[in-house]
Design a protein around this ligand. Structure first.
Ligand code: MSP
Length: 667
């Protein structure tokens, strides 16, 4: 029987452009899809966009567009983004599509028929950013949402309630009977305690805005955006009787449906979603197999700001470094299931160590030796004669272990064990020393060594393919192997040796050309916010702010559009420079004390010293990004803002303003 694997990402809100956090989930889902295809399973990946709700309606209004035009445009950015990262979803669902809207209405009717909806009225705090009601204890003083740092709104409306409280016991039994339903374990425990502490009925419709799916039979109401959005996993598989439903809900061990989500939206997926499904008549064993929550990314140790998070544009990274490199960094640097950091310096360290020096070097060395010692042909050696010194138990165990890790969604560990094989093979080259055997005239031994290495490389070309699809294909060309073509029930996970039969090998070209220090530096300069050359006071976490002073960014590519919300999150103020001094032992930096109309002067450290003397700046009115996270320059020197300027670091021009009071806000 064919095994099936259905993998979904959250559908992304279209008030934002695709950022690294979205890319993370989506790349992980794609890698899992590719792994299962390799195993001969029937795999299906779904992603898409979440396009209804108050947040989107407001973003559209701020952009001066109709909601429809706005969502069409923004959704397209997501659809177009994924191929740049070599992500190939089987379906892309939009919640404004008729196929979705009609089927959500069917689910609504089923839930209503089960007696789990009733009309009432509600008054509570609502956070538009989260699209959810909040209890007072979840808020910060001043009724501010801790995630969005914006005041919540008091909402009083007639609403349909979903009888969530009815499902408390069934949910707890579900978590108990199916320990894998929520993973990782710590997340499961959080959800269990949440449900144990008691569930309140849930408001699932709104009357105060129109941008949503009308409630059947009562069009004054539109559905709660999460009721609408969660259903996408079901609506994308067609209605009742659609053959796609073989992916889910299909009973039996051989079908797995996994929702990948960020930890921020775990409760929606593990409490509301199963409760909606149970209410709509699904049985416990028809629920998805697993909700897996991954952690949150920071970038270079900094939190990705909710409103300014296109700081690192994953698409730009992919265009500069290749999709495979970005995929590898995302999936290797961050333990899947935990929070982690995407750091640019680490990216290059890992690139050089793992990709270039381990995998790339193994391929190049082996091909180089083959050209020299066997005239570029793979030696024909019977599989039982291959060298067990390399292709012995250890490599076989690592291969099996890697597959188990993929099955358990331990992606970073699957990569770890894959690369352990490559490291063993590199050590083997030195130990087996085929050049010495050649010198002795022992061609049979040369053949065994090279055939063994080629065999391992062939194996690696398969094992890396879920994460490095393009490089895997390049490897196979160089190895003279046919492209990997997956097909149903054909398990291609390496098991037995014997891939090579005297193939003529392709020509060797470095798989991952190394970045020397200068090239790495140049690339980092291009990719990262640059406090010094860009003459900004602190490393910005926002490309939006940085492009204001970044001549390269202006010429390389136009900045991504930002929303009004994002723009208003940048606090630009008039600052009057009161004092200024050079920073000892730093040729580029000045330490300024700037009057922003606050009780105390702000200390700002800026890369202005190659253009300006300290004295020249005192008394100038400059433009300051006043709400940038502080940056620590060490030795007690901390910068609390950024000064805007343009030009190269030795010929800067400051953005200045006449006659405005210190602290005046620019808008
Ligand atoms: N539209 C809802 C999801 C509905 S699913 C039925 C939503 N959308 S979102 O655009 O805000 O994207 C949420 C997802 O993006 C998170 O769950 C997570 O997968 C991903 N991430 C957003 N920021 C992230 C990080 N900083 N790090 C990792 N992933 C993050 O919520």
């Amino acid at each position: 029987m064919t095994s099936r694997f259905y993998i979904t990402t959250p559908i992304y809100y279209v008030n934002d452009v695709p950022h690294l956090g979205h890319a993370y989930t989506t790349v992980a889902a794609d890698a899992l899809r590719r792994y299962h295809l390799l195993r001969g399973h029937e795999a299906r990946m779904l992603t898409g966009t979440d396009e209804h709700g108050l947040k989107i309606e407001r973003s559209a209004a701020e952009a001066g567009k109709t909601p429809k035009d706005f969502v069409d445009e923004m959704s397209e950015r997501f659809r177009a983004a994924w191929p740049v990262l070599s992500v190939e979803p089987d379906d892309f669902i939009r919640t404004t599509e008729p196929r979705h809207m009609e089927r959500v209405q069917d689910i609504w009717r089923r839930v209503e028929a089960s007696g789990n909806l009733y009309l009432g009225s509600y008054e509570d705090w609502y956070c538009v950013g989260c699209e959810t009601f909040k209890t007072e204890k979840e808020l910060l003083p001043g009724n501010v949402c801790p995630l969005h740092m914006k005041p919540v709104e008091k909402v009083r409306e007639e609403t349909y309630f979903f009888r969530l409280a009815n499902f408390e016991q069934r949910l707890l039994a579900l978590y108990r009977d199916r320990p894998d339903f929520i993973q990782p374990e710590t997340r499961r425990n959080e959800v269990v305690s949440f449900v144990e502490s008691g569930l309140r009925d849930l408001s699932v419709s709104r009357t105060s805005f129109r941008w949503g799916i009308p409630v059947p039979g009562n069009p004054a109401h539109v559905m709660y955006v999460w009721f609408d959005a969660l259903a996408n996993y079901w609506t994308a598989l067609g209605g009742a009787g659609d053959p796609l439903q073989r992916f889910w809900p299909a009973k039996g061990r051989d079908t797995r449906a996994v929702h990948l989500v960020g930890k921020d939206i775990l409760r929606f997926h593990t409490v509301y979603w199963p409760a909606f499904l149970l209410a709509a008549g699904f049985t416990e064993d028809e629920l998805p197999s697993q909700i897996f929550a991954h952690g949150f990314l920071t970038v270079d140790g900094q939190k990705m700001s909710k409103s300014l998070r296109n700081a690192v544009d994953p698409l730009r990274l992919a265009r500069e470094l290749g999709a495979d490199v970005v995929r590898y960094q995302l999936l290797r640097a961050i333990a899947f299931g935990q929070d982690g950091d995407f750091d640019h310096k680490g990216l290059f360290t890992r690139y050089n160590a793992d990709l270039s020096n381990t995998l790339g070097n193994l391929l190049q060395r082996t091909l180089g030796l083959t050209t020299k010692l066997t005239e570029g042909r793979a030696p024909t050696v019977a599989s039982e004669d291959l060298d067990t010194d390399l292709l012995g138990e250890e490599v076989r165990n690592l291969t099996t272990l890697t597959a188990e890790r993929w099955e358990n969604l331990e992606i970073h560990r699957a990569l770890e064990s894959t690369w352990a094989i490559a490291a063993l093979a590199n050590q083997y080259v030195d130990r087996a020393a085929p050049w010495a055997a050649a010198k002795r005239g022992d061609q049979a031994r040369v053949d065994v060594i090279l055939a063994t290495l080629l065999e391992v490389l062939g194996r690696l070309s398969v094992m890396v393919s879920p994460v490095l699809p393009s490089k895997s294909a390049e490897m196979r060309v160089q190895l003279g192997l046919p492209p990997l073509a997956t097909s149903l029930d054909h398990d291609q996970w390496p098991k037995v040796a014997g891939a090579f039969r005297g193939e003529v090998l392709g020509s060797a070209a470095p798989l991952f050309p190394t970045f020397d220090k200068a090239a790495e530096h140049a690339m980092l300069e291009k990719l990262m916010p640059r406090p010094e050359t860009a003459a900004v006071a602190v490393a910005s976490t926002t490309s939006a702010a940085n492009s204001a002073v970044d001549p390269v960014a202006d010429t390389v590519e136009a900045s991504l559009p930002i929303t009004y919300d994002q723009l208003s999150a940048i606090d630009l103020r008039v600052g009057l420079v009161r004092t200024c001094a050079r920073v000892p032992k730093k040729d580029k930096l000045l330490r300024l004390e700037v009057d922003l109309g606050e009780p105390e002067l702000r200390v700002i450290v800026a890369g202005l010293a190659q253009t300006f003397t300290a004295e020249a700046l005192v008394g100038k009115r400059v433009i300051v990004v006043a709400n940038l996270a502080p940056r620590d320059f060490g030795k007690g020197l901390v910068s609390h803002g950024m000064i805007l300027a343009t030009g190269p670091s030795d010929a800067l021009r400051l953005a200045t303003i006449d006659d405005a009071a210190p602290g005046s806000r620019l808008r």
